[in-house]
Design a protein around this ligand. Structure first.
Ligand SMILES: O=C(O)CCC(=O)C(=O)O
Ligand SMILES: [Fe+2]
Length: 277
């Protein structure tokens, strides 16, 4: 398979089909897909071995009940090989319908997640990063729970249901089972999802994050969220500011220049905003 072959898909769904309405804050209309990744099994095995050795000293269990090594490529150089693999990025860009680049912040560029009954899974959330690739390193057999669940409706609606203490309706949850040798690519920004709690078994996953090269400012990582996600103190703040000045702001200005706001119609459209409150 080369970069421009559309791989065999196990499942795929557009962003709009998941969320149920048009969206603007996005990289493309891509939602989620699972496909045979073809990555070197020896490389993935070496990454898992290194991650398991680092787990006791470097994994954190901070929020969302998730246990993970954040910024994992800082400690496991083999991950960098995959992160910057040109062919991988080309293939993901083809699938996404938008040119992707590695997510630049060292603390969240890549993670390794450890999910089992003791370490937890990950609770309902929307990703801070725009595009994520989930690559299973190991999946126990049997595994009860541990599948990806995606809420198929507006994420704010889902969050409000959860905040009121109710469960999300089962008929709005899409289930994606992880499978060895298959990766799951998702644009989970503004898409509510979780890993179903694991009753039995475990899985270890390599998570590689990307963003749009053209719209690097399309991003939902809020500062408190990055701070919570993080095993470091404050160096990441400078790294983020640098990226804003050198990449995000110029791209945003370029986009604004290329897409000037339409002039308002001479006659106000009735049924629009109220004139007084
Ligand atoms: O591994 C999964 O099924 C999902 C994990 C996830 O949502 C995340 O790491 O943000
Ligand atoms: Fe996620």
């Amino acid at each position: 398979m080369n970069a421009h072959t559309i791989p065999e898909l196990r499942c795929a769904m557009s962003r709009e089909a998941i969320i149920g309405h048009e969206t603007a804050w996005k990289v493309s209309t891509f939602g989620v897909a699972q496909y045979p990744h073809g990555y070197d099994p020896a490389l993935l095995a070496a990454i898992e071995e290194a991650a398991l050795k680092l787990k006791a000293s470097h994994a954190v269990h901070k929020h969302l009940d998730l246990t993970f090594i954040t910024g994992a490529d800082r400690y496991i150089p083999e991950i960098k090989e995959l992160l910057h693999d040109k062919l991988r990025l080309e293939r993901l860009s083809d699938m996404m319908g938008a040119k992707l680049e590695p997510y630049p912040l060292s603390i969240v560029g890549s993670t390794v997640t450890f999910m089992n009954p003791r370490d937890g899974a990950v609770e309902w959330h929307c990703d801070g990063v725009p595009v994520t690739e989930l690559i299973p390193l190991s999946i126990s057999e049997p595994l009860i729970g541990g599948h990806l669940e995606i809420y198929c409706d507006d994420s704010e609606t889902g969050r409000s249901i959860l905040e009121s203490g109710r469960d999300l309706p089962r008929n709005k949850i899409m289930r994606i089972d992880h499978k060895m040798n298959y990766a799951t690519l998702g644009q989970f920004l503004g898409v509510l999802h979780r890993t179903a709690p694991i009753q039995l078994g475990e899985r270890v996953t390599l998570v590689l994050n990307q963003r749009s090269a053209i719209k690097p400012y399309v991003d939902d990582n809020r500062m408190f969220y990055l701070a919570a996600d993080n095993d470091h103190d404050r160096a990441w703040v400078n790294e983020l500011a640098e990226d804003v000045w050198t990449n995000q702001l110029p791209a945003y200005r370029r986009h604004a220049e290329e897409h000037p706001m339409l002039q308002p119609a001479a006659e106000p459209v009735s049924g629009g905003a109220r004139e007084s409150w």
